[in-house]
Design a protein around this ligand. Structure first.
Ligand code: 4NP
Length: 161
């Protein structure tokens, strides 16, 4: 079982988009049973709030529901509870290291560090651009699944079916 926690500043825009998109992509590849996927915030700002309407709309365009998700805060215990704690941008990694008490690069990375073009994912809370957020997160999630598969950590069955 591979346990993945996506992390962003508020847990209402980018990390829930990554959580529910990765669940969807894993189901498409037939390996959803091999993954535990969740998301959390570094800030307390939005705790308890539902997913931002921009993320809800973008996921719905692709037939993906995030119903029932509410923002939760990252805690120190999450370091042991997850195999990968994936931030969206460098500033998330700094906040994560403070909360988790470690910056262990094996577990704590940016999502797009798995892609051929490692980079930050801009915050749509500030940019208003949920389309480019979705494209970046899709690229990162596919690259992450490819990496897990290449390392024998997941065993996709239904890819493309
Ligand atoms: P997210 O976006 O980190 O992608 O969920 C944000 C949502 C809320 C806030 C900041 C970023 N906020 O300051 O409330």
């Amino acid at each position: 079982m591979v346990r993945v926690l996506f992390v962003c500043l508020g847990n209402i825009c980018r990390s829930p988009m990554a959580e529910f998109l990765l669940k969807h992509l894993a189901a498409e590849r037939g390996c959803e049973d091999e993954l535990v996927i969740a998301s959390a915030a570094t800030s307390a700002e939005e705790i308890g709030n539902p997913v931002h309407r921009g993320t809800v709309k973008k996921l719905a365009e692709h037939g993906i529901s995030c119903a029932g998700k509410h923002a939760v805060q990252l805690t120190r215990r999450d370091y042991q509870a997850y195999d990968y704690l994936l931030g969206m941008e460098r500033s998330n990694l700094r906040s994560m290291a403070r909360i988790l008490g470690t910056d262990d690069p094996q577990k704590i990375r940016r999502l797009l560090d798995f892609s051929a073009h490692p980079r930050d994912i801009a915050d749509p809370w500030f940019t208003g651009n949920f389309d480019s957020t979705y494209d970046d997160i899709l690229e990162g999630c596919n690259a992450f699944l490819d990496d897990l598969e290449a390392n024998g950590l997941i065993h996709p069955k239904g890819k493309g079916e």
